[in-house]
Design a binder for this molecule. Structure first.
Ligand code: SF4
Length: 351
């Protein structure tokens, strides 16, 4: 965008905001504490839901000191129904820090405000721009969507690092005279006009400056890769030692995940049968003692799968013949076998 274009874009956006903005209680104040409360409440929660909570909350805690020293149980009660209760706890911790460290004045710079508990880059930017009129970015999902379309930014917004691209974009186009209005205008435009599906381009105040509109690709932006859902499976891993100090290991099937690799016996947890019973039955051994119930606990992440491993060190004696591909081996022998990463983690511990 050239300079002239940028100016016109800002002007149209802020003008639209001033004539169309919703009358919301937190828009009638420039008190950074109150704006902070509203921004925290608005995270993951709809505006209509927040309004009565916000009003009640500020009646109860009209000043930053009142919230800082409120009993936690009472605070959680005030928050009841809003969900994500850690927000309330973090807000109180942050507010308390302001009272004690900054003499009850919310910091007016990104460096200090970002250090407060629960204040991420978005909340910091919102407070700084709305309450203190600082030209600071406040990038949320709405802002990324609008700017990806206006500026034709094709970075994947599902990737955390992409936020930086949009923060820089805001810095480039922000209205330095009215940064709070500008940021809120972008958010409102995203919520009301430039919606995820079927954006209302014909009603849009910045249509003239929107590359996605002129290219006819508004529906294709922003680019957002689908999150791959990873399946979680919980296992008890039995590190089973016989009387001679050898360990039980087995070879995985020749097909499928980690084919033909060696492992310590893994029992998938289920509600029907205790894992130690399954272990004893499946491997024809008897547990004679538990040496360490919590030898090691860790997760191993494959691309679509997470193993949650709880490793137990037990002493065993052999009942009958061991099943096929199952052996007692010394540490030296095991070290020579091919083992997948999660198993070498256990082996290193035994070594
Ligand atoms: Fe969004 Fe359409 Fe406006 Fe572009 S013209 S900002 S795509 S609503």
């Amino acid at each position: 965008m050239n300079y002239q274009y940028k100016n016109e874009f800002r002007h149209s956006l802020v003008e639209w905001f001033n004539s169309e903005k919703r009358d919301l209680p937190w828009r009638r104040t420039s008190d950074p504490y109150k704006i902070w409360v509203s921004e925290v409440m608005l995270q993951q929660t709809r505006v209509d839901t927040v309004i009565p909570y916000y009003n009640r909350f500020l009646e109860k805690y009209p000043t930053i000191q009142a919230l800082a020293y409120a009993p936690q149980e009472e605070l959680l009660k005030m928050w009841e129904g809003l969900g994500y209760y850690s927000r309330a706890r973090n807000l109180q911790a942050g507010v308390k820090e302001v009272v004690e460290k900054y003499n009850a004045v919310v910091p007016d710079n990104r460096h200090d405000i970002s250090k407060l508990k629960g204040v991420g880059p978005y909340t910091a930017g919102a407070i700084l721009s709305i309450a203190y009129n600082k030209p600071e970015h406040a990038v949320d999902g709405n802002v990324m969507r609008v700017l990806s379309r206006v500026l034709y930014i094709k970075e994947d917004i599902a990737l955390p690092r992409t936020r930086k691209v949009f923060e820089e974009a805001v810095e480039m186009v922000i209205d330095e005279q009215h940064p709070g209005d500008f940021n809120q205008a972008l958010m409102d435009l995203g919520a009301m006009i430039c919606t995820p599906t079927s954006p209302k381009c014909l009603l849009c105040p910045v249509r003239e400056y929107c590359t996605a509109f002129s290219e006819g690709v508004a529906d294709q932006l922003p680019i957002k890769s689908k999150k791959v859902k990873t399946k979680k499976v919980q296992f008890n891993v039995f590190i089973a030692m016989d009387q001679e100090g050898r360990y039980l290991v087995e070879k995985r099937p020749s097909e499928g995940l980690l084919a033909d690799m060696w492992q310590f016996p893994m029992i998938e947890l289920n509600d029907q049968i205790a894992s130690d019973d399954s272990f004893q039955q499946n491997y024809n051994v008897e547990i004679t003692g538990v040496a360490d119930k919590e030898l090691l606990k860790f997760k191993h992440i494959f691309s679509h799968l997470t193993w949650e491993m709880d490793c137990i060190l037990v002493k065993v004696k052999q009942n009958e013949d061991l099943p096929k591909n199952v052996h007692f081996h010394t540490i030296e022998q095991i070290t020579a076998l091919p083992m997948p990463v999660p198993m070498t983690k256990i082996l290193n511990l035994l070594n």
